[in-house]
Design a binder for this molecule. Sequence first.
Ligand SMILES: Nc1ncnc2c1ncn2[C@@H]1O[C@H](COP(=O)(O)OP(=O)(O)OP(=O)(O)O)[C@@H](O)[C@H]1O
Ligand SMILES: [Mg+2]
Length: 252
Amino acid sequence: MTKKLVITNRKGGSGKSSTSVNIAAELAARGQRVLLVDLDTQAHCAIGLGLPISRDAPTLHGFMEGKNSFAEAICQTSCKGLDLVPGNQLFDHGAGSYSETRLRDAISMPTITSSYDMVLFDTAPSLDALLINALCAADRVLVPFVPHFLGAEGVRQLSRVLFRVVSRGNNVNLSLLGFLPVMLDNRVGIHRETMRILKQQYGDDRMLPGVRHDIRVAEAFAAGQPLKSYAPRCRAAIDYSYVVDRINLLWS
Ligand SMILES: Nc1ncnc2c1ncn2[C@@H]1O[C@H](COP(=O)(O)OP(=O)(O)OP(=O)(O)O)[C@@H](O)[C@H]1O
Ligand SMILES: [Mg+2]
């Protein structure tokens, strides 16, 4: 059965897109068939995967607005086994309306479920109809965060949104996979303290192995490549590989 993972945090700049691209590439390198869906109108996933998206190309947002089908928006990437449904930078958030299950209905089609082992959703740092669509479509939630005060606050806000989606019956199958500390530096007191507090609050088993601060993450994104191909031996690439091990373990 196709697994569906949403990567989200209401806090901006918390490593969502870096995590989405690098986890997607790591899973694909391990032989899984992966579809990455970019719900953010910043459309960073296409940049991170080096895919030029033309102005009128079919996109996820075009699909939400009814301008193109979901299947039409699927693009192959240079990573074997990894496809992308790109975001649209020109999407008007105020235009049109769509049901909460529009995305779930699309990825439940047999053409998608028979083609992919894992669907990943990268999301924008906002609580809007697109995020609700992603939360309705997914089975598990991964929350990357930077371990400092506002990062922890983003984690708490997101937990409340999750609780609301599940308790209102929008997606009773949704559950939290875990929190992922990124840009981690264990020498920094506030990083250690934030981790300690969140572990106390949510439980040790919810905390995934962290991704250390590594400038290669930004460099790889700028070069349009996942770490797996840009700098496979750098510390963040190694950390993301451990993160995927843990995801597989938690979700077997
Ligand atoms: N492990 C890391 N080490 C160093 N820099 C990192 C790391 N992870 C992410 N970054 C950098 O932090 C910035 C924010 O990361 P990213 O774009 O992945 O966050 P985001 O949550 O997707 O942001 P937004 O909310 O704007 O979508 C980027 O410049 C990225 O290169
Ligand atoms: Mg992003």
